[in-house]
Design a binder for this molecule. Structure first.
Ligand code: SF4
Ligand code: SF4
Length: 213
């Protein structure tokens, strides 16, 4: 169970600048329960984006977007529609955005901030992907979370210490920023790294700062 709340539409529009065709994804799991990404919120977001001149080329709701296999399967009928866009807007927790990002070769933008896990986990059992920081930066990092996956939780990386793609703090894990650069290179969107992510507001994080996994 991950608690999320929608980001201000102004923030969403800012990072969707230049993306004209958008595919919307909502979640019938936690995001529906917390009214951040259920069907009413998806329809509302569609209207808001269209009012700003964006084309919403399609939308869907998935039972639990954080379940990779389910997301992959549920997107199969939309393959043709998805060919018409490079951008998905995902109204879920950070784990959902990362799950979706791992099954499409597109940029997946977060429509929500994840504010708490209330002691639970997403359906991505083998790894903790979101630390509920309350101020999601996945729009800039190709759908890979630097807060949960970088040992220093660096919003602007890499730190320069990685060797052979491994983290200098924990050589047993991939350097998150190496993964981010690799992902954005694959998507042809290294321009995303030109924007410096401002200092995070940790005041909205109920986890009290970055623990280490
Ligand atoms: S930036 Fe990472 S920790 Fe913060 S809400 Fe997004 S996925 Fe979760
Ligand atoms: S090596 Fe990579 S993952 Fe490790 S602290 Fe540096 S930037 Fe973060």
């Amino acid at each position: 169970m991950l608690v999320s709340e929608q980001k201000p539409v102004e923030e969403i529009l800012r990072y969707l600048d230049g993306e004209n065709n958008i595919f919307l994804v909502g979640c019938k799991g936690c995001a529906e329960g917390f009214e951040s990404g259920g069907e009413p919120q998806v329809m509302e977001m569609k209207q808001k984006l269209e009012a700003e001149g964006k084309t919403v080329i399609g939308f869907t709701l998935i039972d639990m977007v954080c379940n990779q296999s389910l997301s992959r399967m549920k997107l199969i009928p939309y393959q043709q529609v998805l060919d018409g866009t490079n951008a998905l807007l995902c109204l879920t927790c950070g784990s959902g955005v990362q799950s979706l990002s791992s099954v499409v070769n597109k940029l997946v933008y977060p429509g929500c901030n994840t504010i708490s896990s209330v002691g639970g986990h997403a359906e991505w059992k083998e790894a903790e992907r979101c630390m509920e920081c309350g101020d999601c930066v996945l729009a800039y990092t190709g759908g890979i979370c630097p807060i949960a996956r970088c040992s220093k939780s660096m919003s602007n990386g890499p730190c320069g210490g990685s060797e052979n793609k491994q983290c200098e703090v924990n050589p047993g894990i991939d350097c998150a920023w190496h993964l981010i650069v690799e992902r954005l290179t694959k998507l042809g969107r290294l321009d995303k790294l030109e924007e410096v992510i401002p200092p995070k507001n940790w005041g909205v994080s109920l986890t009290g700062g970055p623990p280490r996994y």
